[in-house]
Write a protein that binds this ligand. Structure first.
Ligand SMILES: [Zn+2]
Length: 233
């Protein structure tokens, strides 16, 4: 099967679905990653390992390295600038639809409607990928389906009283546990996910925070919600 992950920034893939990607790649599925920006507005590292001017280039290299580790076969950057996606929704939708029609993936994965963390770029990429998918599905003659990544609400509650929550864009909403349709056991690929996360050296602070949650929640599972499929047609 061909499985396409569509996200906003380098590192989104590893945080949300790194173990699942590695698991699917190991099973022989063809994994493609679409990343809308190069994360040019992100952190420079702690201590800084690059400059603001070079951040996009550095993060592109970090992503390519992480992608190799996870077994992703192709990485495509859409060329938008970090933090601006909501201003280019039409262009973004067009580009994604063209890719879907050309590449004909069986499964598409993107963020949930709140973008996981409420990041405006994440919300934009989720909306645009979801609407593009619906058009793609109408034209598709094979079974296709769309999943959103999910952070269970029960997980958020477990570390909300610690300093391990990510609140840069307000309190995360998460996905109600009852909406989660798919739980992927990533015990075997968890070390691969950690290695991929550690490639994103500029985002070390976020990676460290994420990995510390292991004391509160089971990080060896990843969660998804099946949003749309055409298998009944
Ligand atoms: Zn992101």
């Amino acid at each position: 099967m061909k499985i396409m992950f569509v996200f906003a920034h380098p590192d989104d893939e590893s945080f949300s679905s790194g173990g699942t990607i590695a698991e699917l790649a190991k099973k022989g599925h063809e994994i493609a990653l679409i990343t809308a920006t190069k994360g040019e507005k992100g952190e420079l590292g702690d201590p800084p390992i690059t400059t603001k001017a070079n951040l996009g280039k550095t993060r592109e290299q970090e992503l390519r390295k992480a992608a190799r580790i996870l077994g992703i076969r192709s990485v495509e950057f859409l060329g938008f600038i970090d933090g601006t996606l909501k201003n280019y929704v039409k262009d973004l939708k067009k580009k994604i639809l063209v890719i879907l029609i050309k590449e004909t993936p069986d499964i598409i994965v993107t963020f949930d409607r709140y973008g996981g963390s409420n990041h405006p770029d994440h919300i934009a990429i989720s909306n645009v990928t979801t609407t593009s998918f619906r058009e793609y599905m109408k034209r598709s003659k094979k079974r296709v389906c769309l999943y959103h990544t999910a952070v269970p609400r029960s997980y958020l509650r477990k570390y909300e009283k610690t300093n391990l929550s990510y609140t840069a864009f307000g309190k995360m909403r998460g996905t109600p546990d009852s909406n989660i349709t798919t739980i992927v056991d990533i015990k075997k690929t968890y070390p691969v996910k950690v290695r991929a996360l550690q490639c994103h050296k500029t985002q070390k602070k976020d990676v460290d925070r994420f990995l510390k949650r292991v004391s509160y929640v089971d990080l060896k599972r990843e969660f998804f919600e099946l949003i749309c499929e055409n298998s009944l047609i």
